[in-house]
Design a binder for this molecule. Structure first.
Ligand code: M6R
Length: 363
């Protein structure tokens, strides 16, 4: 049931603090991360020299956070490849390659086909999925389950943030197992993860501004998302959410790339939504916003709280402060609320957008 919410999607958006907490807690034992029957030894894990993350749609956008963190926190060469491409353009894989496959349903044909190929080449495979004993689990050496519960809305919301939580936990597990992080740092990260659900609640408690923003976005037939580094990953997810349920054509760009061509599309009142949580690129993204504003764009910023007072957009949203690498699990909620409110303002069928199926079982 919708439990009093107007749609399943809205209910699922509000379930995120709980499902993220459940996903985190399901692997925590006395302050440590425990994966029961994990098949790889520390020695094997230390030999991993290449990581590939695969998935489709939102699952892919969750997965790209894994490859980003694997580079940053494990120092391992990491790549992200869409399942439908991976299958036909196989990299060189061997037992020192780790494939992380992300799929809510565990039944997505493109991802299953890619895994079959990777298996033949002897790569190690870990799945992150929401469905017990789904097809993906049979093709993987190990499955990490997200505890999102059934997701009815076609557009993925709580599955995405619980995938992010599972990814953060898995990265910390690998970092500890391979000696890339010391005990005290590890503990700090775990404590920060425990505080995430409360921070998500804060975002969900303060939703007044989204209706105003939606009323601006709904007037145009195209919109842009921009961001740098990890914020670009959220921008891609935000663009998919917005186009999927509102039918407004939305594209995401790394903020610096817009001026290399696509800025030609900006006209009076074109919405440009920026995600700004990373200190080292904050000023650069702000100046990209100024460029589009000078050409008539309406600017919307999703900022970390640390930038309050430094915002320069027509509309500013703030998410609570967290560790640099964990912002996507917070900013995700803001991009969902932007998409949701815009779709509602346009009277779209949010739970069942046209032309789409919840699980895509053909290649
Ligand atoms: O079940 P999966 O996670 O493998 O599904 C992957 C995509 O089809 C899915 O995330 C799709 O992009 C969503 N409708 C996006 O909201």
């Amino acid at each position: 049931s919708k439990e009093g919410f107007e749609t399943f999607t809205l209910k699922e958006i509000y379930e995120q603090p709980k499902v993220c907490m459940d996903t985190l807690n399901s692997k925590l034992e006395n302050g440590d991360i425990v994966y029961e029957d994990f098949p790889f030894t520390k020695e094997e894990l230390s030999k991993i020299n290449k990581i590939y993350t695969i998935g489709c749609g939102t699952a892919f956008y969750a997965g790209i956070n894994f490859s980003y963190l694997a580079k940053k926190m494990l120092g391992i060469e990491s790549f992200e490849i869409l399942s439908s491409e991976f299958r036909y353009d196989l990299p060189n894989l061997d037992e020192n390659s780790l494939i992380v496959a992300v799929s809510q349903s565990g039944e997505t044909a493109d991802t299953l086909a890619a895994l079959k190929e990777a298996r033949k080449m002897g790569a190690k495979i870990v799945a992150i999925t929401n469905v017990l004993a789904s097809a993906i689990t049979r093709l993987s050496d190990y499955s990490i389950y997200t505890l999102a519960g059934p997701e009815i809305g076609v557009c993925s919301t709580k599955a995405y943030t619980s995938q992010l939580m599972a990814i953060y936990e898995f990265i910390l597990y690998l970092a500890k197992a391979t000696g890339k992080i010391d005990e005290s740092k590890f503990k700090e990260y775990i404590e920060e993860l425990k505080s995430i659900p409360e921070k998500q609640k804060k975002i969900l408690d303060d939703v007044g501004i989204y209706e105003e923003i939606a009323n601006v976005i709904k007037e145009k037939s195209s919109a842009f998302y921009i961001g740098r580094l990890i914020d670009y990953k959220t921008a891609m997810e935000g663009a998919l959410k917005l186009k999927e349920i509102s039918y407004i054509h939305t594209e995401a760009f790394p903020a610096g790339e817009l001026k290399h061509g696509s800025i030609a599309l900006i006209e009076e009142k074109t919405p440009v939504i920026a995600v700004l949580t990373q200190e080292e690129v904050f000023e650069k993204t702000l100046s990209n916003l100024e460029e589009v504003k000078a050409r008539g764009a309406v600017t919307i910023g999703i900022y970390s709280e640390i930038f309050r007072g430094k915002d320069k957009t027509d509309f500013s949203i703030f998410v609570p402060e967290t560790y640099k690498v964990f912002y996507p699990i917070l900013t995700a909620i803001s991009v969902q609320l932007i998409a949701y409110n815009t779709a509602k303002a346009l009277n779209r069928d949010v739970d069942k957008p046209r032309n789409l199926a919840k699980s895509v079982t053909v290649e």
